[in-house]
Design a binder for this molecule. Structure first.
Ligand code: MLT
Ligand code: MN
Ligand code: ZN
Length: 305
């Protein structure tokens, strides 16, 4: 058995975002909108045991752990259920939580691609900083489609799937993409063979990624923006969703069209930006998703694979 727990379902900034008074952030803050607050992007996985793999380490990790008692099994005076951390990219919303885990008793096992580890050794020198605390025990993820496990979780086979999205704005790779800047994660229950695919940043559906999506029983994918020009329309950014490495949900070639082609039993959107109308429970866009059998992840959601 594999359990996937959504720790944080919002994109960078969270929902509400601290400095935002858009209709959604203001409405959820004041309770005038039917919507639920969400923390920043992360999930956790476990097999039949008590240990978990953290996938991405959000700046909100401490709050997420308080909301998820199962990740603190309390087997000894200092303990954690986090056996290791797998990173999908080096974005601030996916790696900053490593700093909050600095009290770990041993070097914290971290699994990431060479491109991501390079950013974390240079442009955002987390590995160097944390060497003065718990230290990171880094494992470079090969991009050869070979499965790996994070001990002691041997019931969950993981595979890094390189995909097109964007390296962080601070990265030298932002405008010079490297294979491995962004990955998705194939998650396979070793006992049943049931399969999930997690990709919180997905800029383009390459044939290889479509194949991956088609073979998954559960897909948990990029739901950042409803429209490609959503941030521009609100005057919040000059960037489109595509500029940021995120495929918009609506429109021709959008994520909804892609999901419509999949046989997956569960199609779930995650990494949702606070500007996205699907965060409003009674919005027409949320209704349209329901018509397409598409779910919206929320913090605390658990999926059994
Ligand atoms: C993204 O997914 O585009 C980034 O997380 C944005 C950010 O870090 O602000
Ligand atoms: Mn993000
Ligand atoms: Zn907002």
């Amino acid at each position: 058995m594999t359990i996937l727990r959504v720790l944080g379902s919002a994109a960078g900034g969270g929902f509400p975002q601290w400095n935002c008074n858009c209709r959604h952030c203001d409405g959820v803050r004041n309770g005038t909108l039917r919507a639920t607050p969400r923390t920043q992007s992360s999930i956790a996985l476990r097999d039949a045991g008590q240990d978990w793999v953290l996938v991405n380490a959000s700046p909100d990790i401490l709050e997420q752990l308080r909301q998820s008692p199962a990740l603190q099994p309390a087997r000894q005076p200092r303990d954690t259920g986090i056996a290791g951390v797998v990173l999908m990219d080096a974005q601030i919303d996916h790696v900053t939580g490593l700093l909050m885990l600095r009290e770990h008793r041993q070097a914290l096992p971290v699994y990431a691609t060479a491109a991501v580890l390079q950013d974390l050794a240079t442009a955002f020198p987390l590995t160097r900083m944390l060497s003065h605390y718990c230290g990171l025990d880094t494992h470079t993820l090969a991009l050869d489609d070979a499965p790996f496990t994070v001990p002691p979780l041997h019931g969950v086979m993981l595979t890094a799937v390189p995909l097109e999205s964007k390296a962080p704005p601070y990265s030298p790779n932002r405008n010079a993409p490297q294979r491995g800047d962004n990955i998705g994660l194939r998650i396979v229950d070793a006992a049943t063979g049931r399969r999930a695919f997690y990709a919180p940043g997905l800029g383009r559906i390459e044939p290889r990624v479509l194949d991956e999506l088609q073979r998954a029983d559960v897909v948990l994918v990029d739901g950042t923006c409803w429209r490609d020009d959503e941030m521009q329309q609100l005057g919040f950014s000059a960037k489109t969703a595509a500029d940021m490495g995120h495929l918009a949900l609506s429109g021709p070639g959008g994520m909804i069209e892609t999901l419509d082609r999949l046989p997956a039993a569960r199609k779930i959107l995650i990494h949702i930006n606070n500007t996205n109308p699907i965060l409003v429970d009674d919005s027409p866009q949320r209704g349209l998703l329901a018509d397409h059998g598409i779910e919206v992840a929320y913090d605390g959601m658990e999926i059994t694979l």
